[in-house]
Design a protein around this ligand. Structure first.
Ligand SMILES: Cc1ncc(C[n+]2csc(CCOP(=O)(O)OP(=O)(O)O)c2C)c(N)n1
Length: 594
């Protein structure tokens, strides 16, 4: 049977067919849909962890228990999971373990575009890189088998284009002959204190050398001889671009990008006149081939930044006088009349009023990552820093260490519920322990909204949609030693301003928790909406105060005579009745729709 699947759907299918029992991860584009699909296979216990480190630890536990385990995350998540990852390389596995790292060249939805292949190299873990959905499924399945065969975790590197594009996949059956998991004690292999780890390290090196040798005949590494005047080493999505841009070129398609099959590369280099490497982001394959003493050209032709395209590859080879396919172009046609559409918080988002108020109070906001990062953009313009998930609170503490007591009162860390539980909580411990005078605003919208509304330990539901206990943030903060904890309704601007001002003035750590759910969260089958608002045209003076919150439901309608005068208008289809704009109108022009 064949189906058209996205790369992420296919990875989930591959895990199912491989007999995987446990899938755990933390959401992050472009990896999120993998677990949102494993959850459709009842044979796989799928769960969201509070962060990627915990997700990997869950997978390691399942593997040591003898079950096959999948762990998913976006590229920056690997930084968070790196600590267990590097030692997992030494312990090896019991049940096969596959870690999917989904990279985001071009930063469609990420704060950097780091290349996960560095982790495979640094942690000495083999890595497979699929080019399309069929390979996503097959490589995942094979990675589980090879993980057990070579006693090592396997990494699978995807990228936005592979994870999110769809192609035909031939489905197979689920492996049924796997041994039943049971507890087996093996301290020498699973207790990594120095004496044991010293014994494991040489085994890691031997395993990687063997994988490099075996990679020569591994069908995933495919030598395709065509015109021998040009040979291109490539992998992943770049292979498909190369085939489109320079179809006559001979290719060495690497399905396993770490360790490299040295002898196969040497053979290929000997069979072609000119050797190139086409790889996105860093020159990882290129540098290793150069270190083998082989002449190869790569990053002198292609950028270290952003995605490659068939067009960019075609342009680069054309400049060298190499024939390229006529269709491959780097010019992307943009319809001329397309208006710019910057990202924005949704109408009715409970974060909006908080950022409006922070802007009014001229707070210095150490921000974090989530929907609320949009508070950086005009007209809210109320975020001064954003580095990585969980950084806001530590950075607030840090900045207060170097500025004057008056300036300290301006410092506010802003963080979402999921991000707080991910890694922000440690920052709060430090803030209390070291008595930072900064204020924390915990935006509890009861969901991980930015990545598509995934549940988390504070939402009350699991990935499998079972009701579960939910974290009580005021109690948690109290247990961490915070003495000043305030809970506010973020739709009430007066209360938000008053409480923020009071806590900012206080020279002690304090936490303000907002208490309204994401407007897109449906609980008990319904969205929580208020009564739709409307502008009374007679009362509206055109002062534009209501535009300062940047709500997409509020439009500015210019006067018909072409003068600067105009009136605000509320789109009844978009308005959720959050009431924030009504509180901004000094003229009472905003009220309930007729
Ligand atoms: C290490 C890491 N993992 C995952 C992500 C993807 N990501 C960005 S923000 C976010 C969570 C946002 O949820 P929350 O803090 O609750 O804020 P909300 O979007 O709901 O306002 C996630 C998972 C990331 N940027 N970095």
């Amino acid at each position: 049977m064949k189906e058209i699947l996205s790369g992420n759907e296919a990875i989930a299918r591959g895990a199912f067919e491989a007999g995987c029992r446990v899938a755990c991860g933390y959401p992050g584009t472009p990896s999120t849909e993998i677990l949102e699909n494993t959850v459709n296979y009842p044979e796989i216990n799928s769960s969201w962890a509070p962060n990627e480190k915990v997700a990997l630890e869950v997978a390691i536990g399942a593997s040591f228990g003898g079950g096959r385990a999948l762990c998913t995350m976006k590229h920056v998540g690997v930084n968070v999971a790196a600590d267990p990852l590097f030692t997992l390389s030494y312990t090896g596995v019991n049940g096969g373990l596959v870690l999917v790292a989904a990279d985001d060249p071009g930063m469609h939805s990420s704060q950097n575009e780091q290349d996960s292949r560095h982790y495979a190299k640094a942690a000495k873990i083999p890595m497979l890189e699929p080019s399309d959905s069929m390979e996503c499924k097959e490589f995942t399945r094979l990675a589980f088998q090879m993980s057990e065969q070579y006693d090592t975790p396997f990494m699978l590197r995807s990228c936005t284009r592979v994870s999110h594009s769809k192609s035909v996949v031939e489905l197979g059956e689920r492996e049924s002959a796997l041994p039943e998991p049971k507890l087996v004690r093996n301290a020498a292999k699973q207790v990594m204190l120095p004496g044991n780890a010293r014994v494991r390290h040489p085994l890691v090196e031997a395993r990687m050398a063997k994988l490099s040798q075996d990679g020569v005949t591994l069908p995933l590494n495919r030598l395709e001889m065509r015109d021998s005047s040009i040979g291109i080493v490539t992998s992943g999505v770049c292979y498909t671009y190369v085939r489109e841009a320079v179809p006559q070129a001979s290719t060495l398609k690497l399905g396993m990008v770490h360790p490299l099959p040295h002898e196969l590369i040497r053979q290929f280099a000997g069979e072609v006149e000119q050797l190139f490497v086409v790889e996105e982001l860093d020159p990882i394959i290129e540098e290793q081939i150069k270190a083998m003493g082989i002449t190869i050209r790569g990053k002198e032709l292609f950028s270290l930044c952003g995605e490659l395209t068939p067009g960019l590859i075609s342009d680069a080879f054309s400049k060298l006088g190499i024939v390229t396919a006529p269709g491959a172009t780097s010019v992307v046609e943009q319809p001329e009349a397309l208006p710019p559409r910057p990202p924005n918080m949704c109408p009715g988002c409970p974060h909006r009023g908080v950022f409006y108020t922070l802007n009014q109070l001229k707070a210095y906001v150490t921000g974090d990552i989530g929907c609320y990062t949009l508070g950086f953009l005009p007209p809210l313009s109320a975020m001064d820093t954003c580095v990585c998930m969980g950084a806001s609170i530590g950075m607030a503490t840090g900045v207060t260490k170097v500025i004057s007591p008056e300036e300290q009162q301006k410092v506010v860390a802003v963080i979402g519920d999921s991000t707080f539980l991910h890694t922000g909580i440690n920052g709060l411990m430090d803030m209390v322990y070291n008595q930072s005078p900064a204020t924390v605003v915990l935006l509890d919208n009861r969901i991980t909204a930015m990545t598509g509304r995934q549940d988390n330990p504070a939402s009350g539901f699991t990935l499998m949609d079972d009701p579960t206990g939910k974290i009580d943030f005021p109690l948690l903060c109290k247990a961490l030693g915070v003495k000043h904890i305030r809970v506010i309704n973020p739709f009430d601007l007066e209360e938000t301003r008053r409480v923020l001002q009071e806590e900012m003035n206080r020279p002690e750590p304090s936490v303000i928790i907002t208490d309204k759910p994401c407007v897109l969260v449906k609980r008990d089958g319904v969205f929580q909406k208020g009564a739709v608002l409307a502008v009374d045209e007679q009362a509206c003076t055109g002062c534009r105060a209501c535009l300062k919150i940047g709500c997409p439901a509020i439009e500015w309608r210019p006067a018909e005579d072409g003068s600067k005068k105009g009136k605000a208008y509320i789109d009844p289809l978009l308005c959720t009745g959050c009431d924030v704009c009504r509180q901004l109108c000094k003229f009472g022009a905003i009220g309930g729709a007729a």
